[in-house]
Design a binder for this molecule. Structure first.
Ligand code: ATP
Ligand code: MG
Length: 209
């Protein structure tokens, strides 16, 4: 699961948890982006975003943080990340790329996006505010890929190439909203784990606009 995690919140954690259950995952890797190519640079340094992920997942043996994207000097392309994971795990290992609907619907703008299907399966959750995950509502060229690859039973997939859509408990939480509230000295308690909130206060993050 990739993201800027600027900061990590309960939307991310619940996505990971619900996917771990639905797909019987043995491990979820949180992979914070170093320099994401599709968007503005993250508001705060990678080391803080990484550390907040660590705080958020502490104590969950199924969740781990992976530093490979923040260690890269170049932009973090998901295709490179999956290529490197695939070379470590071998061709047989079933891999799932976990995405929210907004991210998935923007997939055709990603670097070598069609190669992602050769490297992993893709699991997508609904997200409040994002368009629905119905192939008929999608634009080409994404629509054709979905019609070709969508599966009804995610337990029967191969190591890569399938697409699975999953309903998720709707949580209308975004890192953007959290940053805005913090910059106005508002409360973000119960939108993210207390451990993350404590880290934010300790390091005075997101306070200055
Ligand atoms: P920002 O507002 O800065 O874009 P964000 O809350 O969207 O932050 P990201 O790091 O951009 O968080 O998202 C990482 C992944 O998590 C994406 O695939 C995104 O769709 C998904 N995601 C984030 N928040 C939610 C949520 N509340 N429900 C479902 N999916 C989510
Ligand atoms: Mg986002």
């Amino acid at each position: 699961m990739g993201g800027t995690f600027d900061p990590i919140h309960f939307g991310h954690l619940r996505l990971a948890e619900e996917m771990a259950v639905a797909l019987s995952l043995s491990r979820v890797l949180f992979i914070p982006a170093g320099q994401p190519p599709h968007r503005e640079p993250p508001r705060i340094a990678a080391r803080h975003r990484l550390e907040m992920v660590r705080c958020a997942i502490a104590g969950n043996p199924f969740f781990a943080v992976d530093e490979r994207e923040v260690q890269r000097a170049q932009p973090s392309y998901t295709v490179d990340t999956l290529t490197s994971l695939r070379s470590e795990l071998g061709p047989e290992q079933t891999l799932w790329l976990l995405l929210g609907a907004d991210a998935f619907l923007g997939l055709p703008s990603w670097h070598h996006w069609q190669r992602l299907f050769e490297l992993a399966n893709i699991a997508v959750v609904t997200r409040p505010g994002a368009r629905l995950l119905q192939p008929d509502a999608m634009q080409e060229p994404l629509k054709s890929e979905v019609l070709k690859r969508q599966v009804a039973d995610p337990s029967a997939v191969g190591s890569a190439g399938s697409v699975w859509f999953q309903q998720m408990t709707p949580l209308e939480i975004s890192a953007t909203a959290i940053r805005t509230i913090l910059s106005q000295q508002g409360s973000v308690r119960y939108l993210l784990p207390d451990a993350v909130l404590n880290y934010i206060y300790e390091h005075q993050l997101y306070i200055q606009t």
